[in-house]
Design a protein around this ligand. Structure first.
Ligand SMILES: CC(C)(COP(=O)(O)OP(=O)(O)OC[C@H]1O[C@@H](n2cnc3c(N)ncnc32)[C@H](O)[C@@H]1OP(=O)(O)O)[C@@H](O)C(=O)NCCC(=O)NCCS
Length: 183
C-alpha cells in the first residue's frame, strides 16, 4: 500500500472509488457525483490530490482538494455546472447557495477536501495518512486552513474528523456539518 500524488492514469480509479463510497441512492448517478466531487479537483488542481494505491497500483482511496474555495467556486459554476444543469438543476443551484454557509469558515480555512477509502481499507490508519499528505503540501504553500462538509448521519466520518482536531463551524440546512481545521 502506498500514498502517492495523483496521476492522470488514476482518473478512472478515483471515479470508481467515488461511486463505491457515495451515499445510498447516488451510486448510479455517475455523471452527477463525479461532476460534484471529482472532476474539478483532478483536472484543475491535480497537485492537491493524493491517492491510496494497493500493491497492484489500483486506487482504493483518495483525498482531493481545492486550495481556494472562491477560485474553485468561480470555475466550477462557469465550466462544470453547465455540464449537468439540465439534468440536475437543483444540485447546481445548491452549489450557488452554499457560499452563504461557507462564508464564515473560508475566511480562515480557504481550502476544502473530499476523502474516500473503499471499505476493506478503512480503519487502517490510511485516512489519517491521506490527510497528513495533503496538509503537508498545503502548509508548504502557505495555505492557512482547510474545511469540509459531511452528512450529519455519517457518524464515522464525523468521529474521524473530530479525532483529527477538526472543529464544528456550522451546518448546511442542518443536514451537513461543516468542519474546519486552522493550521
Ligand atoms: C472517513 C474515512 C476517510 C476515515 O479514514 P480511515 O482510514 O477509516 O480512518 P483512520 O484509520 O485513518 O483513522 C485515523 C484516526 O482517527 C480515529 N477514528 C477513525 N474513525 C473514528 C471515529 N468514527 N470516531 C473516533 N475516532 C475515529 C482512529 O481511531 C485513528 O486514531 P489514531 O490515529 O489516534 O489511532 C474512511 O473511513 C472512509 O473513507 N469512509 C467512507 C467514505 C466517507 O465517509 N468519506 C468521508 C465523507 S465526508
Amino acid at each position: 500500500m502506498i500514498i502517492r500524488p495523483y496521476r492522470d492514469s488514476d482518473s478512472e480509479g478515483v471515479k470508481k472509488v467515488c461511486r463505491e463510497t457515495t451515499i445510498k441512492g447516488y451510486e448510479n448517478k455517475q455523471t452527477l457525483i463525479t461532476t460534484l466531487y471529482v472532476n474539478y479537483y483532478i483536472e484543475k488542481e491535480p497537485q492537491h490530490c493524493f491517492v491510496l494505491a494497493d500493491d497492484e497500483d489500483n486506487v482504493v482511496g483518495y483525498i482531493l482538494c481545492a486550495a481556494d474555495y472562491m477560485k474553485y467556486r468561480e470555475i466550477w459554476l462557469k465550466e462544470y455546472g453547465p455540464q449537468i444543469k439540465k439534468k440536475y438543476p437543483i444540485e447546481v443551484f445548491s452549489k450557488k447557495l452554499e457560499l452563504m454557509f461557507f462564508k464564515k469558515v473560508i475566511k480562515t480555512c480557504p481550502a476544502h477536501l473530499h476523502i474516500d477509502i473503499i471499505e476493506p481499507y478503512q480503519k487502517g490508519g490510511w485516512g489519517k495518512k491521506l490527510i497528513n499528505a495533503l496538509l503537508e503540501k498545503l502548509k508548504s504553500e502557505g495555505v492557512p486552513g482547510i474545511f469540509l462538509a459531511t452528512y450529519y448521519k455519517n457518524k464515522n466520518a464525523c468521529g474521524f474528523y473530530e479525532h483529527l482536531g477538526f472543529k464544528k463551524m456550522g451546518t448546511v440546512f442542518g443536514l451537513s456539518i461543516i468542519y474546519g481545521l486552522y493550521f
